[in-house]
Design a binder for this molecule. Structure first.
Ligand SMILES: Cc1cc2nc3c(=O)[nH]c(=O)nc-3n(C[C@H](O)[C@H](O)[C@H](O)COP(=O)(O)O)c2cc1C
Length: 419
C-alpha cells in the first residue's frame, strides 16, 4: 500500500512500511531485526498476544487522562523514548526531531551513548525531560567522563545498559555489509543508490553540512567518524562489567539511576540494594540474547520482587497502545518505546515521530476506556489475564496465532508469506 502522507498511517505497522520504503535495506534491517534466529524478536510480540485485556463496562470514562507520575514528575503519557542512537540516521538531524516530538508530547526522551547529536545540543535546542543512556567502556574513566558531562548538561536520569556487555550476533548486518568500520561494497552502495530520498535527504545533507556524522558523545579518545574504526569491541564493550561498576556510578551520578536490561528478579533486587532508583525490564528489543524470555513474561515476578521499593519500567516488543496498557497492568510504571518512533522518524522526521506518539496516545486512551479506567494509576493486575489463566495451561501451547505483521514473525515465515 502506498501512503501519501504520514497522517495516512493508521498504526505503527504502517509507519514501519513507510520506513522500509525509505531506508536502504542494510539500515532498515539494522533497526528492524533481532539477532540470530530472531526467536526473542518474534516472542516479544507473541507474548503480548497471549495476554488479554479484561474489558469492564458502565463506568463514566469521559474524563480520562493519561498523566503519569514517575520519579516525582508528571508526564503526559505513560511512555518514554528508549535510547537507540539511530534516529539521526533515519532522518537528517532526526535525534533533534524525535526529542522535540517527545517534548511536545510531554514525555521523557533518552539519548543513547552512540547517538550523533551531542547531549549539550539536545539540552540546549530542545530541552524537556532528558535521560542519558550509558554503555560502560573497558576504560571505566572514559564512561565516567560521559556521566559527568551528562550531569553538567542537565540530564535527569542515567540509564545504565547492562545487557550489552557483549554484542548481539546480528548475522544480517554482516551479510548486508553493515559494520563498524563501514565497508563499502557493491551491494550496500547499490542499496543506497536505490533509495535516493535517503541518499540525498539524509546522507547527502550530512555530507554537505560538515561531513559524515560522528559519535559526538564519545570522549575524544574514542570519538571518530561512524564509518571508521573507533577502537573495536575491546574498548567499547566491557564484558568485565560487574556490580562494582554500578556502585561506582551510584557514587558519581547525582540524578536518578536506572538499570536497563534486567530479566531476573535477583538482579533487580541487587540493583535496588546498590542504590538504583529504578529498573528497566528489557531484552533490548530482542536484539542481544536470542534465547532470552520476553520481558512481559518476567515482568510480574520482577514487580513482585522489587515493585514495592523501586520504580519498574518496561520495554521490548511494544507496538500498540494495548501493549502499554498490559505492561502497566502487570506493574510497570512507564513503558519505553524503541523501534516504533524510529519507524516514524524514518517516515517523515518530526511529523513521523509525532504521528507515532499520536497513535500511542489514542490507542492507550482507547485501551483505558475499554477497561473502564480514568487514570493510569487505576490500571491494575485484574485488568489482564494470561491465556492460561482463562483456558488452562494446555491452551497457550495449542492456540492458533494470527500474525498481525511480518515484524513479529520469524524470517522464514516472512519469506513464506511473500512467496
Ligand atoms: C536500532 C536500535 C538501536 C538501539 N540502541 C540502543 C543503545 O544504544 N542503547 C540501549 O540501551 N538500547 C538500545 N536499543 C534498545 C532500545 O533501547 C530498547 O530496549 C528496544 O528498542 C525496545 O524494544 P522495541 O524496539 O521492540 O520497542 C536499541 C534498539 C534499536 C532498535
Amino acid at each position: 500500500m502506498i501512503y501519501q502522507k504520514v497522517d495516512d498511517a493508521q498504526n505503527i505497522f504502517d509507519l514501519r512500511d513507510m520506513a522500509k520504503r525509505r531506508l536502504p535495506k542494510w539500515l532498515f534491517e539494522f533497526v528492524d531485526r533481532g539477532t540470530e534466529d530472531e526467536w526473542a524478536l518474534g516472542n516479544n510480540r507473541e507474548a503480548f498476544q497471549r495476554i488479554r485485556l479484561r474489558p469492564r463496562m458502565l463506568v463514566d470514562v469521559s474524563g480520562r487522562t493519561l498523566d503519569t507520575t514517575v520519579f516525582g514528575k508528571t508526564h503526559k503519557m505513560p511512555i518514554g523514548i528508549a535510547p537507540t542512537g539511530a534516529a539521526g540516521m533515519m532522518w537528517y538531524q532526526g535525534e533533534l526531531d524525535l526529542a522535540r516530538a517527545a517534548k511536545e508530547a510531554g514525555i521523557p526522551f533518552s539519548l543513547a551513548t552512540g547517538s550523533i547529536t551531542s547531549m549539550e545540543k539536545i539540552a540546549g535546542e530542545v530541552g524537556g525531560t532528558l535521560w542519558m543512556q550509558l554503555y560502560m567502556w573497558a576504560d571505566r574513566s572514559l564512561s565516567h567522563q560521559l556521566v559527568r558531562r551528562a550531569s553538567a548538561a542537565g540530564f535527569e536520569a542515567l540509564l545504565v545498559t547492562v545487557d550489552g556487555a557483549v554484542a548481539g550476533n546480528r548475522e544480517y548486518n554482516r551479510r548486508n555489509g553493515f559494520s563498524v568500520p563501514f565497508r563499502y561494497n557493491r551491494r550496500n552502495t547499490t542499496d543506497v543508490l536505490l533509495h535516493p530520498r535517503w541518499m540525498f535527504g539524509v546522507l547527502g545533507r550530512y555530507i554537505m553540512n560538515g561531513g559524515m556524522p560522528q559519535r559526538v558523545n564519545f570522549p575524544k579518545e574514542l570519538q571518530a567518524k561512524i564509518t571508521r574504526e573507533y577502537g573495536g569491541n575491546k574498548e567499547t564493550r566491557a564484558d568485565s562489567l560487574n556490580w562494582d561498576d554500578l556502585k561506582a556510578l551510584r557514587d558519581i551520578w547525582p540524578g536518578k539511576l536506572l538499570v536497563k536490561g534486567l530479566l531476573h528478579p535477583d538482579d533487580a533486587s541487587q540493583s535496588v540494594d546498590l542504590g538504583a532508583d529504578g529498573v528497566i525490564v528489557s531484552n533490548h528489543g530482542g536484539r542481544n540474547c536470542d534465547c532470552a524470555p520476553s520481558p512481559i513474561e518476567v515482568l510480574p515476578e520482577i514487580v513482585a520482587a522489587v515493585g514495592e521499593r523501586t520504580t519498574v519500567l518496561f520495554d521490548s516488543g511494544v507496538r500498540r497502545g494495548s501493549d502499554v496498557v498490559k505492561a502497566l497492568a502487570l506493574g510497570a510504571k512507564m513503558v519505553l518505546i524503541g523501534r516504533s518512533t524510529l519507524y516514524g522518524t524514518a517516515a517523515a522526521g518530526y511529523a513521523g515521530a509525532k504521528r507515532a506518539l499520536d497513535i500511542y496516545r489514542s490507542e492507550i486512551s482507547r485501551g483505558m476506556a475499554q477497561i473502564s479506567c480514568n487514570r493510569v494509576s487505576e490500571i491494575a493486575r485484574h485488568h489482564v489475564a494470561f491465556d492460561w489463566e482463562l483456558h488452562g495451561p494446555s491452551y497457550a501451547a495449542s492456540a492458533p496465532r494470527a500474525p498481525e505483521s511480518e515484524a513479529m514473525l520469524p524470517r522464514d515465515n516472512v519469506s513464506a508469506l511473500r512467496r
